[in-house]
Design a protein around this ligand. Structure first.
Ligand SMILES: C[C@H](N)C(=O)N[C@@H](Cc1c[nH]cn1)C(=O)O
Ligand SMILES: [Zn+2]
Ligand SMILES: [Zn+2]
Length: 483
């Protein structure tokens, strides 16, 4: 059978399976595998077991739970969720082997954050053809897409044209703690990664809502927690307002000196680390199929800082950013409590681009925050904690892995995909690319307006089903590619 006929046959089985594939995603969404909170750790482990069971059901072998030890979280000592390794051995000599990475953990979600539906229940909106639920697009839909496509091959009696090695982690949304070390150790002492020819991750999004893309870069991330404490307990502002240095006023001072409302990072030395823009790179932004409206649709507003396409694209893909995320310990409920919080923790992060490194960023931020703190002259105590960082990643797209993904996209969607860089971060990407020394590609399923990390996260059924077909088509195009 020709590659095109095989892809058609697999695609028609995926279409027939549609309801079952939605039910599979629903099962996964119902497990609240939130990695960032100690309270949900048992559910993250439950999700690892669910993954292992699903991988076994489609014929994977050598399924292993790689334990990573413990971590301190929310003041407790909790076990890290395991990394799930599995092999899909297709048999037959001379087949390529692909490493597939994904994550089974999710960001936190509460209905009270502003969700229209229960976040850990997959809700099918028949009118729009959308599936709402935490993890639907980030990253449960995509990782289940791999399972779906293998299942369709087995049902069609078509051998997979490549061997697969799966690496699914449960800590991606919380800094991928322990994963780099595990991979390094496995390469030194184990054999799981032997024979890998290239790698693919499906864990990002199209640039807009209509046109697929493939992605050759990610920003890195460095997250900070800035604690300011002073009074021995929360105080009455009538009795102590104007009398003591207030932790919250100090924190606002420091936080407001990190970034301007126009997004300019105020920390000296950061912009010097950014790789200069070349004409060739600028040309890539000019030809990307993207409008300001696409960004407005994705944000549900007209609030872009820049008004032209190239500046918006570069702000997301090639420049660093600094975002303020929240304040722990501050009064945040409805009503008018007149309290002076005794301790507040400001949360902020920087997205990193080539040639920034987490270590260098931590050094610059620490130096700046300490110097600003001295200027404030408060008697309170400041402590800055840096979370584990993730480096940026940029790949050369002139590789058979990318050519295969382009052809697969053309077959499924009938268009040549945009070649993009992603603004988000996948800390392990650089490890896979550098330590394994193999080409890595990002092949997204979801759209820009999916609301990953946000309220009402969704994946369109079209993206989930066509995306499942795309992953299958990609495997066939990889097999057909001349390396
Ligand atoms: C791009 C990927 N789907 C994702 O959302 N990654 C997270 C990773 C993260 C979260 N905290 C630390 N790293 C992201 O980019 O925020
Ligand atoms: Zn993700
Ligand atoms: Zn995410």
């Amino acid at each position: 059978m020709s590659t095109a006929a095989t892809i058609d046959k697999i695609s028609s089985i995926i279409d027939q399976n549609k309801d079952a594939l939605i039910a599979r995603l629903a099962e996964a969404v119902e497990i609240p595998s939130v990695s960032g909170s100690a309270k949900y750790r048992p559910q993250v482990v439950e999700m690892a077991k669910w993954m292992a069971k699903s991988l076994e059901s489609i014929g994977c072998e050598n399924i292993q739970f790689k334990e990573l030890g413990n971590q301190k979280l929310d003041g407790q000592d909790v076990g890290l969720p395991p990394v799930v390794f599995a092999d899909y051995k297709s048999g037959g000599a001379g087949k390529k082997t692909l490493l597939i990475y994904g994550h089974y953990d999710v960001q936190p979600a509460n209905k009270s954050d502003g969700w229209n539906t229960e976040p850990f229940k997959l809700v099918h909106d028949e009118k729009t053809g959308r599936l709402y639920g935490r993890g639907s697009t980030d990253d449960k839909g995509p990782i289940i897409g791999w399972i779906n496509t293998i299942e369709a091959h087995r049902q069609a009696g078509i051998e997979l044209p490549v061997n697969l090695k799966f690496c699914f982690e449960g800590m991606e949304e919380s800094g991928s703690v322990g994963l780099d070390g595990l991979i390094e150790n496995e390469i030194k002492n184990g054999s799981f990664f032997d024979g890998v020819d290239a790698a693919c991750i499906s864990d990002n999004y199209w640039l807009g809502t209509k046109k697929p893309c493939i992605t050759h870069g990610l920003r890195g991330i460095q997250y900070f927690k800035l604690s300011i404490s002073g009074p021995g307990a929360d105080l009455h502002s009538g009795l102590f307002g104007g009398v003591v240095h207030e932790p919250m006023s100090d924190l606002f001072q420091i936080m407001s000196r990190l970034v301007t409302p126009a997004g300019e990072i105020l920390i000296p030395g950061i912009s010097d680390l950014v790789r200069p823009l070349t004409d060739e790179e600028f040309n890539r932004y000019q030809i990307m199929d993207f409008t300001v409206k696409d960004m407005d649709d994705a944000t549900g507003s007209s609030t872009t800082i820049a008004d032209d396409k190239e500046k918006i694209l570069m702000a997301r893909m090639r420049y660093p950013s600094l975002s303020l995320h929240g304040i722990e310990g501050a009064f945040s409920e409805a009503g008018t409590k007149t309290v002076i919080p005794a301790k507040v923790i400001g949360k902020f992060s920087l997205r990193l681009v080539p040639d920034m490194t987490p270590d260098k960023v931590v050094e610059l931020v620490e130096k700046y925050v300490q110097s600003e703190w001295k200027k404030i002259g408060s008697k309170n105590t400041l402590k800055l904690d840096a979370e584990p960082g993730g480096k940026p990643w940029l790949a050369d797209p002139n590789h058979w892995n990318y050519e295969a993904a382009i052809r697969a996209t053309e077959k499924i969607y009938g268009v040549k995909p945009d070649l993009t860089r992603e603004g988000g971060s996948i800390p392990v990407a650089l490890t896979i690319a550098d330590i394994l020394g193999k080409n890595l590609l990002l092949l997204p399923l979801g759209r820009a307006d999916d609301g990953a990390h946000s309220t009402n996260e969704k994946i369109d059924i079209l993206n989930y089903i066509e995306g499942t077909k795309l992953l299958g088509a990609y495997l066939h195009e990889v097999a057909a590619a001349t390396s």
